[in-house]
Each structure stands twice: as structure tokens, then as C-alpha cells.
Design a protein around this ligand. Structure first.
Ligand code: C2O
Ligand code: CU
Ligand code: CU
Length: 427
């Protein structure tokens, strides 16, 4: 805290190197370090000031993915910070409930390559409601970040974005978690909370426990679900987050690992002291979101859409509403304070197309339906990024509380770079 009662963060985008494998160190980018960034902890109602500095040899921006803040502090492509020492400062109030957001660069034409080089960090927002519930929340003990990314290494151990480039998305053959290869975690608490972020440029992850045991998803991108949802697998698209809680109290010997659907170990768990800290998973039933109110849900399902967003094409040919991104064009306008129904359509053919993770800056929306039907229980919470499969129409309900020009795009970062992005003016 500084003297004005503001929470102050200093974030420096910097180049560094990281010894990830035998041989040469990997040249990386990071925030306040060699790769990725610190976890920024904020509370609902906090007045936050962030001092930005860019020591990279190229321009960057600092985007707060999932934060409901005005566009002038949101760090989209309109707000570059100059290379080699450029600085900036942003101030905002945390206006949203407890959740896991993240930050990453968003400069024109270099978002994908800069994220690939290592620029990404988590934001942890807390609020009173959640503190009262008694969910695990001791950072690094029973509440841990799990940032999933994939990378290719050259023969000299470098992450060379150019040699890995594919217009439909850069995929790597090596999984990294929190910037490391083959990570493990020593479990000292019976109930563990994982804050999962898919920070990959293009890859989806389907996650499960190696013994097939179930876990609870407690939160989606924008906050707690209405009630914890029991799951055995969870798929995250680029940009999406999920908070899950795992109960390790029933294991006598070895603990299961977090793995992907093909068996790749994401995070190995080693038995630690396994203290009794919080031995059960709190239960709750919230009555906040539209899905709890059958009338509102019914109305939203029947309503005429206020806007339709059509994502189409592959590789260089991707478009939204038939156009490629232009910084000089406002594509959609919404009234500040209004609530709208949007239909998000993936016009690709179900046979050949790709899933596009649809993202809007500066809001948290609710998902009304998929192809006219109610969505899965773990999608019935606040979201800012949503998977839209080929041929699908996903209907969302979105409330606009922040003014300015916001990006709306596919979160496959190579699609975004290829123009699968539009601008929304909220005024
Ligand atoms: Cu993760 Cu336009 O953002
Ligand atoms: Cu964003
Ligand atoms: Cu896409």
C-alpha cells in the first residue's frame, strides 16, 4: 500500500534466460523475472495502481485478461509501451468478485510471439464472500497456480516462434507448467485448490487425475460457480481458467497425478505432511446468475439476439463477420450500462473446422445456451472466454459496465494475429 491507500504493483517486461534443459539456456521474456510473472493478489474494492515498464527490445502492451476495467487501462493494442525503457501507469478499482484472471501482452502483430516467449502472469482476486466460505487460499500451500503452455525447442534449446509458426496456431511438443518441464508439487494439505490457466497460444488441454478420480470445479473464468461441480475431465481452451479442488485425504500411499487425456503428466503430486488444514470442501448455492432463475434463463433463450458474431475460416483466411481486423474501424457499439444477448456463431463446417475460443475484453458474461440448449453446469458461471465448436451457436448475456473501445477476438493467438478480431465501442 502506498500513502493514498492504493495497492501498488511494479511490473517490468524484461528479457532473460532460463536453464530448462541440459545445454544452452533458453532465451525468454518475463515479467519481473526470466519467464512468466508474479501472481498479483488483489481484493474486490481495492484501488490499484500499476507501474509499467518495458525493457524489451520491442514494443509491448500490458493486458489484464478478465479484469472488468475501462478500455484506457485494459492494455489492448491501442496502448503500446515503447521498447527499451518505456513506462506507463494505470489506475483502476477492482470491481469484480473473487476469481482468477491473467495478464499478457497485446501489441499489434506481436501478441502471439511475445506470449510464446514467456510473457504471462496470473491475477488472483479475493472477496469477502469467498473468504467466508473457507476455501483453501494459502498461496503456495493449498492454493497453487498451474499455467499450462506448450513449446518447441530448437537444437540450441531456443523457443523460436518463427520456426514453429503455423497460421492455424503454434503447437509445441513439450508441455511446460509454470514455465518448467516435468514439475511436481509436494502436497502438505489434504484439500488442494488449483488455479488452472491455459496460457498456450493454440492448444486445448483435457485434464484429469491419473486414477480417474473425480474433482470439483469451483470457479470458471470470472468467479465461483453456483455450486461446486463434480467432474472427471475438464477441457480448457487458450485463455480459459478454471479453479478446481482436489481431495487427497482418501489416499494412503501414492497420490495420483494431474494428466492430460493422452496420459501426459501435467503435475506430479508427492506426499508431504498432508496436514488436516481444511479437511472438507465447502458447499454453497449462490443465487446470483441467470441460470438459477428459470424465468430469466427462459427469456434469454427466447429473446432476439442484439448482436451476432460470426467466426469463420482457417489459417490466413479467418474472419469475424466477414472482415479482418482494422484498428481504424469500430465494428460493434453497445450502450454503457446495457445488457445484451449475443449469438456467437462458428461458421466452420463440423467436419473440417476448428473450435474458436471467443473472448471479449472488459466484461464477464454468462452463457445462456449452446445450440439452443442449456449449457453444462461448469459453464454456468461468469466467463470471458468460451469455446465455440464448428457449426455451433453459443448465446451469451453480457452486461457492459466499462466505457471505451474493447477487443473481441478468437484466443487462438495466431488467429487473432491473422485478423480474427473486431472492436467494440461501449459508450
Ligand atoms: Cu487474453 Cu485480447 O486477450
Ligand atoms: Cu483479454
Ligand atoms: Cu480461432
Amino acid at each position: 500500500l502506498n500513502e493514498q491507500g492504493r495497492t501498488v504493483f511494479n511490473i517490468v517486461a524484461q528479457a532473460g534466460e532460463n536453464q530448462l534443459k541440459d545445454g544452452d539456456a533458453t532465451k525468454t521474456y518475463g515479467y519481473n523475472g526470466n519467464v512468466l510473472g508474479p501472481v498479483l493478489s488483489m481484493k474486490q474494492g481495492d484501488k490499484v495502481s500499476i507501474h509499467l515498464k518495458n525493457t524489451l527490445p520491442e514494443e509491448t502492451t500490458f493486458h489484464w485478461h478478465g479484469l472488468v476495467v475501462p478500455s484506457d487501462v485494459d492494455g489492448g493494442p491501442h496502448h503500446p509501451i515503447a521498447a527499451n525503457g518505456g513506462t506507463g501507469q494505470i489506475d483502476f478499482t477492482v470491481n469484480q468478485e473473487a476469481s482468477t484472471a491473467w495478464f499478457h501482452p497485446h501489441a499489434m502483430g506481436t501478441t502471439a510471439s511475445q506470449v510464446y516467449k514467456g510473457l504471462a502472469g496470473l491475477i488472483r482476486i479475493e472477496d469477502e464472500e469467498q473468504t467466508k466460505l473457507g476455501l483453501p487460499n494459502t498461496y503456495g500451500v493449498d492454493d497453487i497456480p498451474v499455467i499450462l503452455q506448450d513449446r518447441n525447442f530448437t537444437v540450441n534449446n531456443q523457443w523460436d516462434y518463427k520456426t514453429s509458426y503455423e497460421a492455424d496456431g503454434v503447437y509445441g511438443d513439450t508441455l511446460l507448467v509454470n514455465g518448467t518441464i516435468n514439475p511436481y508439487f509436494k502436497v502438505n494439505a489434504k484439500i488442494m485448490r488449483l488455479r488452472l490457466l491455459n496460457g498456450s497460444n493454440a492448444r486445448n488441454y483435457t485434464l484429469q487425475l491419473s486414477d480417474g478420480a473425480s474433482f470439483r470445479q469451483i470457479a470458471s473464468d470470472g468467479g465461483l460457480l453456483e455450486t461446486p461441480v463434480t467432474m472427471s475431465t475438464l477441457t480448457l481452451a487458450p485463455g480459459e481458467r478454471a479453479e478446481v479442488v482436489m481431495d487427497f485425504s482418501k489416499y494412503e500411499g501414492q497420490l495420483p497425478a494431474l494428466v492430460t487425456a493422452d496420459g501426459t503428466v501435467v503435475l506430479a503430486f508427492e506426499r508431504g505432511t498432508m496436514s488436516d488444514r481444511g479437511t472438507n470442501i465447502p458447499q454453497w448455492q449462490r443465487h446470483k446468475n441467470l441460470t438459477v432463475n428459470p424465468n430469466t434463463l427462459q427469456e434469454s433463450m427466447m429473446a432476439k439476439a442484439d448482436k451476432t458474431v460470426v467466426m469463420a475460416g482457417m489459417a490466413e483466411a479467418v474472419t469475424i463477420n466477414g472482415q479482418k481486423f482494422s484498428m481504424d474501424r469500430i465494428d460493434l457499439t453497445s450502450k454503457l450500462g446495457s445488457t445484451e444477448i449475443w449469438d456467437i456463431i462458428n461458421a466452420d463446417s463440423a467436419m473440417m473446422g476448428m473450435m474458436h475460443p471467443f473472448h471479449i475484453h472488459g466484461v464477464q458474461f454468462e452463457v445462456v445456451s449452446r445450440n439452443g440448449k442449456p449449457v453444462a453446469p461448469n459453464e454456468q458461471g461468469f466467463k470471458d472466454t468460451i469455446q465455440v465448436e464448428p457449426g455451433e451457436t453459443v448465446r451469451i448475456k453480457v452486461h457492459f459496465t466499462q466505457p471505451g473501445v474493447f477487443m473481441v477476438h478468437c484466443h487462438i493467438l495466431e488467429h487473432e494475429e491473422n485478423g480474427m478480431m473486431i472492436q467494440l465501442l461501449v459508450k
